[in-house]
Design a protein around this ligand. Structure first.
Ligand SMILES: [Zn+2]
Length: 201
């Protein structure tokens, strides 16, 4: 019996240690939610993960159930609502401009991408949750992990073709400042072939 008690004591001790370390882990794991995630009814029972979003996203939520969920999460501290810092916003705006994405991304899109970038810079294990193709494409270009609500781990991604309306040259990669290097015309783009690839976990 004595041995059993000792083992139990050890087990409890171990459990406490595990809890303490998973508390530290939970501070590091983060999901950033964009408007589409809330519209699709994002929900979670995972207490190990902290949720983040921006005030601009909250301003776009019209669904009553989503609003109630958000209010509860804010009260319990599960959801943190914050704007990304200026440096991260600037970084995203600049990258989007060079990619020719600045106009397809809304201010809200920029804010969630910037917040994801900022949290990743702070060393958090961050994944952006979005069903918006433009946001997913931009996250992919920036090397930020992301996942969709509907795609169950597999998603289709457009390979954009950047083309010049002036000299008709096509580019499979974005060009500097989104300008044709041959004739200086602003490039346009169209979806090319679809590629199927695994989403980040
Ligand atoms: Zn050209």
């Amino acid at each position: 019996m004595h041995t059993v008690h000792s083992v139990q004591a050890l087990l409890f001790e171990d459990t406490e240690k595990t809890d303490a370390s998973s508390d530290k882990l939970s501070e590091l794991r983060a999901l950033v939610l964009d408007t589409s995630a809330f519209i699709q009814g994002f929900d979670t029972n995972d207490n190990e993960t902290k949720l983040y979003t921006t005030p601009l996203v909250l301003g776009e939520i019209r669904d009553e159930f989503a609003k109630i969920r958000v209010t509860n999460w804010e009260h319990t501290g599960k959801l943190v609502v914050q704007m990304p810092n200026d440096a991260s916003l600037k970084y995203i705006f600049e990258r989007a401009r060079r990619m020719g994405e600045a106009r397809t991304l809304s201010e809200t899109d920029h804010s969630v991408l910037a917040l994801t970038h900022q949290l990743a810079e702070e060393g958090k294990q961050t994944t952006l949750v979005s069903d918006d193709y433009s946001v997913q494409n931009m996250a992919d270009e920036l090397g930020l992990p992301y996942k969709g609500m509907n795609t169950r781990g597999i998603k289709r991604r457009f390979q954009w073709i950047h083309y010049c309306p002036g000299c008709r040259k096509q580019y499979d990669k974005p060009q500097q400042d989104n300008i044709c290097p041959i004739c200086g015309t602003e490039l346009k783009r169209k979806p090319g072939k679809k590629t199927t690839r695994r989403a980040e976990e």
